[in-house]
Design a protein around this ligand. Structure first.
Ligand SMILES: NC(=O)c1ccc[n+]([C@@H]2O[C@H](COP(=O)([O-])OP(=O)(O)OC[C@H]3O[C@@H](n4cnc5c(N)ncnc54)[C@H](OP(=O)(O)O)[C@@H]3O)[C@@H](O)[C@H]2O)c1
Length: 277
């Protein structure tokens, strides 16, 4: 099964379906990532904050894949927003992964009341210009944050990774991305399992002889977003990958669109301001 690519605003291609490793135990990350490679995934989403970058790097080296066949994203930790700290944190991320380049590096959270994310972005631009990250982007940025960045940035973010699932369509931020050439990556695409018992989703799944997770992931793909569900369960890793041989009808899409209730599973980017430790 071939995963379609999305072309980012600098020409770089990213597989539309990947594998997320948030909350995977560092000791289990190598095996989980290798299982994902076996199932066909070629795109891994990690972060310094997850504490498991080294397991991802080991899996890439221990697989039969060439580094160039895998797309790896990592993210700048919230405690490293200072310009020079951000440069050091990127070096540390590469060291943890054991890579000489990263495909995509993101500012994990905007932290609007902690520091100045525009200064952080200047470091991201330097990292991009060095060629050691093939693309740079942001995560959890609202249209207001993106607007501020656009006014001062020379390199536009290639992606914005935000919470999106049927209970939180997040259409305002997605529309900003479409208008400004920033691809949307949907985190917690199945709302950590919460949407899987929704009667609308289970009805569509039964009609199509698919699982609720497959229907939900297919909804994301047909909306054009990039997704990377997480699972440590091999059968689910395979199930989540088997979504390229069926389609949701326009009515199915509209019915799932109708489930939006503005419900977050994670923090609100406008108010999430942890004091860096
Ligand atoms: N940028 C950010 O701030 C941010 C925040 C959160 C997440 N993310 C990224 O997005 C990725 C995905 O989000 P997420 O991990 O929060 O949530 P998710 O992928 O929506 O859900 C993961 C949960 O659903 C279960 N699951 C997975 N596939 C399933 C299936 N087919 N049937 C039933 N249950 C299934 C998993 O269980 P098992 O593992 O036990 O199988 C796990 O408990 C993360 O791994 C991370 O890369 C980014």
């Amino acid at each position: 099964m071939t995963v379609p690519d999305i072309t980012l605003n600098n020409g770089l291609k990213i597989p539309q379906l990947g594998f997320g490793v948030f909350q995977i135990d560092p000791d289990e990350t190598r095996a989980a990532t290798l299982a994902a490679f076996e199932a066909g995934y070629r795109h891994i989403d990690t972060a310094e904050m997850y504490g498991n970058e080294s397991g991802v790097g080991e899996a890439v080296r221990d697989s039969s894949l060439d580094r160039s066949e895998v797309f790896v994203t990592s993210k700048l930790d919230n405690g490293s927003h200072d310009h020079d700290d951000a440069l050091k944190a990127f070096d540390q991320t590469l060291a943890e992964l054991g890579f000489d380049y990263l495909d995509l590096f993101l500012v994990h959270w905007p932290l609007p009341d902690v520091g100045d994310f525009v200064e952080t972005w200047k470091a991201m631009e330097k990292i991009y210009e060095s060629g050691r990250a093939k693309a740079v982007g942001v995560s959890n940025f609202t249209p207001q944050h993106l607007g501020r960045l656009a006014a001062e940035a020379t390199v536009p973010p290639a992606v914005n990774q935000v919470e999106v699932h049927p209970y939180l369509r997040n259409d305002e931020v997605r529309a900003y991305g479409v208008e400004h050439g920033i691809a949307t990556e949907a985190w917690s695409p199945i709302a950590r399992g919460k949407v899987l018992e929704d009667p609308t989703i289970t009805r569509i799944a039964e009609n199509l002889d698919r699982t609720p997770a497959q229907v939900t992931l297919r909804w994301h793909l047909q909306r054009g977003d990039i997704v990377f569900p997480k699972s440590v369960t091999r059968s689910r890793v395979e199930e989540n990958f088997a979504i390229f041989d069926f389609e949701l009808s326009g009515t199915d899409m509209t019915d799932i669109d109708g489930l939006d209730r503005g419900e977050r599973t994670g923090p609100d980017p406008d108010t999430f301001n942890p004091v860096p430790g």
